[in-house]
Every structure is written in structure tokens, then in C-alpha cells.
Design a protein around this ligand. Structure first.
Ligand SMILES: [Ca+2]
Length: 193
């Protein structure tokens, strides 16, 4: 095929220029992933935009590293799973998940990390947002505007305590975006909640 000649020429030119890696990635675009990294701030009472707007037919594979401080009375910082000793009450952004865990949102769907090394996959098109699972308060809302491109989280009805006020640190999320595999391997997880 004639189409083969052009990429080959481009590849040779790229070798000459020392940029073969970039070309190679383009030429294997069916399997290539684009990776975005975002630091989610514990103190942000806002859905913080990842920079990723997932197109139809693509899957975002999300992992997280690091720890953040969520509650001044705890003797430790926690990772993406939050504090596994505490299940969040109704006052939290996502009740039933761990207090202080990392939350992922697309549209109206919110998923929670239950393990620090969990891998969350999203197929739903739309903007991907993150925040810590804590109690939204009026004080926190007043500061939410500082999170550019974020969606402020309205205070819970029975909000009490320090909420996002006593939080500190960031959890770093990695969002790898690639085309959804048509013939995927048998499901190991129930991703249809
Ligand atoms: Ca807190």
C-alpha cells in the first residue's frame, strides 16, 4: 500500500531528528493512552476538574497516590481509601463510603475509592472531577470559588464540625485515557453500579 510509504518516510525523518518516540506513539494510536495527572486538594469543598473530558468510546483508568489530612483528630494521614475505620454519615458528600476517601465524579455518578491501590475505570462520557469525602459546610462553600473550573459543593443540611476547614495536603491522581477495548477480557469487577 502507498500509505505505508509516508509513515516510513516520516519515521526516518523522525529518527534523524531524534524524535522517534513521538512518532511511534502516533503510529500506534489504537493502543496508545493519553495520561493526565492532577493534584486533588483535600481542603477544596468543590469538585475539582481533572482536565479530562472523556469522549464517547473511550475509557479512563484512574489510580491515585499520596496521602492527605482529613480530620485533625485523627493521628494519621490517609490515602485514597480514606479512613477505613469510619463509614461516612449522611452529612458527607458520599455517605456509606469511607470518611476522607477520594471521590470521582462524571455527570451525576459518584464513585469512591475503597482501597488505596484501587483502579477505577470510567466509560461514561463527560468531564471527570475529584474531591475528598468530607462534610460540606457554609465556611467551606465560601472558599470554594478559589478552585478554578470546580463545581462548589453545597453545604449538607445537618452539617457540623470542621468539614473541609481542617484538611490539608493533596492526593495525586493519574487518569489514563484510551479507546475502549471492544473485546475486553472477562470482567473481574462489577463496574456497573
Ligand atoms: Ca475535615
Amino acid at each position: 500500500m502507498h500509505r505505508f510509504l509516508l509513515p516510513l518516510a516520516a519515521l526516518l525523518a523522525a529518527v534523524a531528528l531524534g524524535s522517534v518516540a513521538a512518532i511511534a506513539e502516533d503510529e500506534t494510536s489504537t493502543t496508545a493512552e493519553e495520561v493526565f495527572v492532577k493534584e486533588v486538594q483535600a481542603e477544596g469543598q468543590a469538585w475539582q476538574y481533572s482536565g479530562v473530558k472523556l469522549p464517547k468510546g473511550y475509557t479512563a483508568t484512574i489510580t491515585a497516590t499520596g496521602t492527605w489530612g482529613i480530620n485533625a483528630t485523627w493521628d494519621k494521614k490517609v490515602g485514597a481509601a480514606g479512613n477505613t475505620d469510619y463509614q461516612a454519615s449522611d452529612a458527607y458528600v458520599k455517605s456509606g463510603a469511607h470518611e476522607g476517601c477520594l471521590l470521582v465524579r462524571v455527570g451525576d455518578t459518584i464513585q469512591a475509592f475503597s482501597k488505596d491501590d484501587e483502579v477505577i475505570r470510567i466509560n461514561t462520557p463527560g468531564k471527570i472531577y475529584f474531591c475528598a469525602n468530607d462534610v460540606a459546610t457554609n465556611e467551606g462553600l465560601a472558599r470554594a470559588e478559589s478552585f478554578v473550573q470546580g463545581i462548589p459543593i453545597q453545604p449538607a443540611k445537618d452539617a457540623h464540625g470542621s468539614g473541609y476547614q481542617d484538611n490539608d495536603g493533596v492526593i495525586k491522581v493519574r487518569v489514563a485515557v484510551g479507546k475502549t477495548k471492544k473485546e475486553s477480557t472477562p470482567k473481574k469487577t462489577d463496574g456497573e453500579k
